[in-house]
Structure formats: C-alpha cells, structure tokens
Write a protein that binds this ligand. Structure first.
Ligand SMILES: NC(=O)c1ccc[n+]([C@@H]2O[C@H](COP(=O)([O-])OP(=O)(O)OC[C@H]3O[C@@H](n4cnc5c(N)ncnc54)[C@H](OP(=O)(O)O)[C@@H]3O)[C@@H](O)[C@H]2O)c1
Length: 274
C-alpha cells in the first residue's frame, strides 16, 4: 500500500453472515489459511470477527482486519465514537484498515472530506494502521486527496466480470491507490455464464476459482464470502494455476458496463442504518 504496509491479496468477506455464525466462519477461514478478514460496522458482526480471530490460535499480528465506518456516523464526532465502538467490538487492539464505507454525496451537505480528515486522525494515533475508502468514484477520490493531502491506501468498489469498473480502477492505479474488488463473483451471478464455464473447464477449475484468479491476475484484492466449508476451501485454492492472456481477455469482455452493476450507484446511494 502507499503507506508502506502490506495487505494480503486474498481475504475472506463477512457481509450477510449472521452475527451468531460469524466467529465460526472466521475461525474456519483462518484454519484454511486466509489471513485477511473484511467486515464493517453496518454488517453488525464485528464482535464475531474479533472472537473468531482471538480463538483461532493465529497470532493477532498475522491477521489483517478491515472494518468500515457506518453511513450513520459521518460527522467527525460521530465517526470518532463509532471508531471507538469498532475497536471495542473487535477487541483486537487495533484495526489494520479502516474505510469510509460509502461517500454519501447527497447527504451531510456533500461533505465526505471532513469524514476523511477524521479517519486520518485514527491513522495518526495508530489505532488504524491504514485508512482508505470504499465506493468512491473518481471525483470523490480527487476531492478528498486534494483537500486533505492524504491519499487513501485502498478504494473498495464493486468489480467482477460483468462490471469491470475500469475508469475507477485506472484512476486508482495511476494514483497509488490499491483496488479492492467487492462481490468478486457477483454473489454467484457470474458462475453460470457460458464463457466462465468454458474457461473453468479448460483449466479444470471451478467457475468461482477462475473468476477469483482473474481478479488476482488483474492485481486487485478480493475477499469472497462463503459460509459453506467446501467453498471456503475452494476459494482459497487460487495460487497453483494461471489463466493465459486469452482467458483473461475472454473474462474481461463479459463487461456490461453500468448495466452489469449489481449494487447501488455510489453517486446516489443514501442508505441510513437504524
Ligand atoms: N464495500 C462495500 O460496499 C461492499 C459491498 C458488498 C460486499 N463487500 C465485501 O465484499 C465481500 C464479498 O462480496 P459479497 O459477499 O457481496 O459476494 P461474493 O463474495 O461475490 O459472493 C458471495 C455469494 O456467493 C456464494 N459463493 C461463494 N463462493 C462460492 C463458490 N465457490 N461457488 C458457488 N457459490 C459461491 C456464497 O454462498 P454461501 O455463503 O452460501 O456459500 C454467497 O451467496 C463481502 O463479504 C464484503 O466483505 C463490500
């Protein structure tokens, strides 16, 4: 990352994992070999993540843990309080990476900059080893860096073969920001695609494995989510095969532009948790 720290390129996501099942899923992932867990305040399962890490037997410093600021806590004082709550819920001493979850340009008077400045405080005092953003479009990245002088270490955005998000990825690449690809298999929607199946058959791997491998070869960070033990293992077995240029291009050509986006558009998303 641009702050000199490193992040494992493959991790484990816990969005939509029931809080009561999170510790077990995280333990299983760590047992499998994952060393990077991606959670968020709005997932309401940070406590389970911390518990899974603490009981795993894997030393704390060997696990990279990310969380993200709730949409309800963008005002600086709320962000400080919410960050304290994240640290308490995880109970792991510090967080490796803390992100603004969504820019929310239609809320808070369009001010995501003071929120970003507040995250810089958390990095200054070391309680967040690194800081970054999520769902930032190019103008959001430009403005937050220009007005604070602090560049995010990562931008976590939707990316998969149906939505390759090239413009945002290219801006990040050119400005030393790593891209983290969320919903890397589009929550399963790309797995029945004929092209994905053909590429998978050719290398004798599963559809999920070739799509995840495509992300890895593009240089993005991924953290597929699964509560299914066999899939947790399957999604980790990505480093003993390779896709050739033709297979990489075939998968990239599945891009449907904006039509392939499965999640909300960051310019208009204004979800507020209770
Ligand atoms: N920053 C953001 O706004 C944002 C938004 C969305 C996601 N994320 C992050 O990105 C992570 C991953 O994204 P995601 O959870 O939305 O979706 P995903 O990882 O693309 O897909 C997860 C879904 O695919 C299934 N699955 C997993 N591995 C599979 C395999 N090998 N074969 C067939 N099906 C498989 C899972 O089912 P089972 O669990 O039933 O096995 C689950 O339904 C999240 O957990 C979260 O950490 C961030």
């Amino acid at each position: 990352m641009n702050d000199g720290r490193t992040v494992p390129q493959l991790g484990f996501g816990v969005f939509q994992i029931d809080p009561a099942e999170t510790a077990e899923a995280v333990s299983r992932a760590l047992e499998t070999g994952y060393r990077h867990i991606d959670t968020a305040q709005m997932y309401r399962n940070e406590k389970g993540v911390g518990e899974g890490v603490r009981t795993s037997g894997v030393p704390r410093e060997q696990v990279f843990v990310t969380s993200k600021l709730s949409n309800a806590a963008h005002r600086p004082d709320d962000a400080r309080r919410a960050f304290d709550e994240t640290l308490a819920a995880l109970d792991l001493g510090y967080v490796d990476l803390f992100l603004i979850h969504w820019p929310l340009p239609t809320l808070y008077g369009g001010d995501y900059v003071s929120t970003w400045r507040t995250l810089a405080e958390f990095a200054q005092d070391g309680r967040a080893r690194s800081i970054g953003v999520s769902n930032f479009q190019v103008p959001h990245l430009q403005r937050s860096s220009a007005e604070t002088g602090v560049t995010p270490a990562v931008n976590q955005v939707e990316v998969h073969p149906y939505f390759t998000n090239e413009e945002v990825r290219a801006y990040a690449r050119d400005n030393g920001i790593l891209t983290e690809a969320w919903s890397p298999i589009a929550q399963g929607q790309v797995l029945d695609d004929q092209v994905v199946r053909r590429v998978a058959d050719a290398v004798r791997r599963s559809p999920a494995q070739v799509v995840l491998r495509w992300h890895i070869q593009r240089g993005d960070i991924v953290f597929p989510k699964s509560v299914t033990p066999a899939r947790i293992q399957e999604n980790f077995a990505l480093f003993d095969f390779e896709l050739d240029d033709e297979a990489m291009q075939d998968l990239s050509h599945l891009n449907r532009g904006e039509g392939g986006r499965t999640g909300a558009h960051p310019d208009t998303f204004d979800y507020m948790p209770d």
